[in-house]
Design a protein around this ligand. Structure first.
Ligand code: ATP
Ligand code: MG
Length: 404
């Protein structure tokens, strides 16, 4: 059963109990655009307690905000009671929610194209905010006065850029002017919410346009003070040359391609990225230009291939070269060499282990580590074919190091 079928079933059940129930928000917009919607949100006039009584399995995750998760056919359908949100004091959290009518629920939503409902039984769109009009014109416009709507929740400014990119819509002039006016206030929003929007913008194929909008609106410089000028412009060019589908850390490295690694890591830490993402971004930025060495020893290439992010590095460097209008010949050679290498040649088991090196006379401690590393490089270079050869090589090494 699809997400839509599950949501349809939930609507039918609520209607059977005498409640109003409709699809809302993004799924209505996407359906009208002929796009595939992933989440189907249901809205209803039933309050959470009543919703819970209609279904066998529910989760009370946000009942105080009027949201109940219905579990059906292995799917989760979010069912929200029509509500208004009010009392925004800090430009990010509604002070209270009140159950309300469908019209009021539509007007608390951010953009007209996100404010429509769909009745899947009558197959009718319910549009109280002129969303269909803007959808036809491919315009993103706040519902009501943009200054007021952004002041309620400044994250909506980043959401505007996200939807402009995702839908390939133009931001309506008054909405745009208002974003430029309030951009500085994005700093009041939590790092996690900012990072989640940035991830959606940067992982979308329209990411270069998205970053241009972030710069032009003043949002980029508000979030990352240093993100301006030539260095930022270079980031946009690198983003333009990434393949369509890339993950967040690679896109983020491209975004920062014009900046020093250390400064970038400080900015990324502010975003509270996960350690995995930080490690990934760091690797890509630190290893910039390493793959441009046409004479790279085979052992070095193999050690790079041990890294989980090797192929991202190749993609990243290729985008950098293209952005600079520089040759990618070396990268193509490296790619061919890497692709031709069998796994056992890339990561062979070391011919000798630590105990064996100590038995040969290496002192326990840093010496074993160094010997093991150098022997492994010789092995990766193809100089050592078997254990005896490795032992001989290590004995020579130990001789040399004793005499030093
Ligand atoms: P996507 O397909 O990218 O998930 P979406 O429209 O479903 O797009 P969500 O962030 O999942 O976007 O939000 C669902 C709906 O809830 C929106 O369409 C909008 O009507 C409303 N909404 C979400 N966040 C806000 C907000 N900060 N302010 C006002 N309305 C919001
Ligand atoms: Mg959604």
């Amino acid at each position: 059963m699809s997400n839509r079928d599950a949501a349809y079933k939930v609507v039918r059940r609520l209607r059977k109990e005498g409640y109003e129930a409709l699809f809302a928000g993004g799924c209505v917009r996407d359906r009208l655009l002929g796009r595939c919607a992933h989440d189907y949100d249901v809205v209803t006039d039933a309050v959470p307690e009543q919703v819970t009584k209609c279904f066998k399995r529910t989760l009370q995750i946000g009942a105080q905000f009027g949201v109940v998760m219905v579990l059906t056919e292995g799917k989760q359908v979010e069912v929200a009671t029509f509500r208004t949100e009010g009392g925004y004091q800090d430009g990010r959290h509604p002070g209270h929610v009140e159950f309300a009518s469908a019209v009021e629920d539509a007007s608390r939503r951010d953009f007209t194209v996100n404010g429509m409902f769909f009745d899947p039984i009558e197959k009718k769109v319910l549009d109280f905010v002129e969303g269909q009009n803007d959808l036809e014109k491919r315009i993103l416009r706040t519902i009501g006065d943009p200054d007021e709507r952004f002041s309620e929740d400044y994250l909506r400014m980043l959401r505007a850029v996200r939807f402009a990119v995702k839908l390939d819509f133009t931001i309506e002039p008054q909405t745009w002017t208002s974003i430029q006016k309030h951009a500085g206030k994005i700093t009041g929003i939590s790092a996690e919410r900012i990072a989640a929007e940035l991830e959606q913008i940067l992982t979308h194929p329209g990411r270069a346009l998205g970053v241009q909008l972030l710069i032009d609106s003043g949002l980029a410089a508000a979030v990352f003070e240093s993100y301006q000028g030539q260095a930022a412009a270079f980031g946009i060019s690198v983003l333009e040359y990434l393949p369509k589908a890339v993950d967040f850390p690679l896109a983020l490295a491209a975004f920062w391609a014009g900046f020093e690694t250390k400064a970038v890591l400080a900015e990324c830490r502010k975003l509270k990225l996960s350690n995995d993402h930080l490690k990934h971004v760091r690797f890509l930025l630190e290893k910039r230009n390493v793959l441009l060495d046409a004479e790279m020893p085979i052992s070095k290439l193999k050690l790079l291939l041990h890294e989980p992010y090797f192929w991202d590095l190749l993609t990243f460097q290729t985008a950098i070269q293209n952005a600079k209008n520089a040759s990618t010949d070396t990268l193509e050679t490296i790619q061919q060499r890497a692709e031709a290498m069998p796994e056992e040649a890339i990561r062979p088991k070391p011919l000798l282990n630590g105990h064996e090196l100590i038995a040969l006379g290496a002192a326990a401690g840093p010496m074993v580590g160094q010997l093991a590393q150098e022997m492994y490089i010789a092995q990766l270079e193809g100089q050592l074919k078997n254990k005896q050869a490795a032992e001989q090589w290590c004995q020579n090494w130990l001789e040399k190091h004793k005499s030093c």
